[in-house]
Design a protein around this ligand. Structure first.
Ligand SMILES: C[S@@+](CC[C@H](N)C(=O)[O-])C[C@H]1O[C@@H](n2cnc3c(N)ncnc32)[C@H](O)[C@@H]1O
Length: 205
């Protein structure tokens, strides 16, 4: 599993390598651009004013929302990703920190209209994910939504089929989302399967 230093090393080449995997329609980033575009549109349509991005990376998604005048808050543990994101969003409230240890206290003082996490929360185990997402619901405004765009499947059977297909490329250190398992914990969860290996999980409040 990549730690913050691993993401630092990936930062400069990140957009290119992700774009290539998306264009070639290969695991894990097949559908990446569509996922980010769909979340972008949903957040704009919902007229969100305050948006929190967890693991914002190079800010591919949030910088577009920032350019629309939306107030952006975020947390990431990679200094290099942070540098790139700050250049694109100089007035955003960005905090360094490992979300495994929770969110920065300044971020917990606010409530958000939308909380976004794209390709970041698969670093949490299945149980950790549930408790972390529950903690996010508590900082969401009434009527707000959490959007998780990531490698995700309707069922464990679908995930296993993708693992077989990806073979040696499959990352055994990452824990991907399974809709029908998460649905037991979040009654208002919906899922949009965008590519063969990825989709958007949405939780409303
Ligand atoms: C694959 S990148 C995704 C970046 C961006 N959200 C996107 O969709 O392009 C994952 C990001 O999450 C951050 N990240 C991963 N694990 C993290 C953790 N435990 N705490 C904070 N940030 C983390 C990484 O530094 C990186 O910027």
């Amino acid at each position: 599993m990549l730690d913050n230093k691993g993401f630092d090393l990936w930062a400069d080449g990140y957009d290119k390598s992700v774009g290539l995997s998306d264009e070639e329609n290969t695991y894990p980033f097949a559908g990446y651009k569509d996922i980010l575009n769909k979340i972008y549109k949903s957040v704009l349509e919902a007229k969100a004013k305050d948006v929190l991005d967890i693991g914002f990376g190079t800010a591919t998604l949030t910088s577009r929302l920032y350019d629309q005048g939306i107030r952006i808050y975020g947390q990431d543990f990679s200094e290099e990703m942070m540098k790139i994101a700050k250049e694109k969003m100089p007035n955003a409230d960005l905090y360094a920190g490992d979300f495994v240890r929770g969110l920065a206290s300044a971020l917990l003082d606010h409530k958000y209209d939308a909380i976004i996490a794209t390709y970041s929360l698969h670093h949490l185990g299945d149980e950790e994910k549930v408790s972390f997402i529950k903690s996010l619901v508590s900082i969401l405004n009434e009527g707000g939504k959490i959007y998780i765009g990531d490698v995700a499947f309707w069922s464990r059977k679908d995930l296993e089929a993708c693992r077989q297909e990806a073979k040696a490329y499959w990352d055994e250190d990452e824990f991907y989302f399974v809709y029908d398992e998460l649905k037991k914990e979040f009654s208002n969860l919906s899922f949009d399967q965008v590519s063969f290996c990825a989709g958007i999980l949405t939780i409303g409040k």
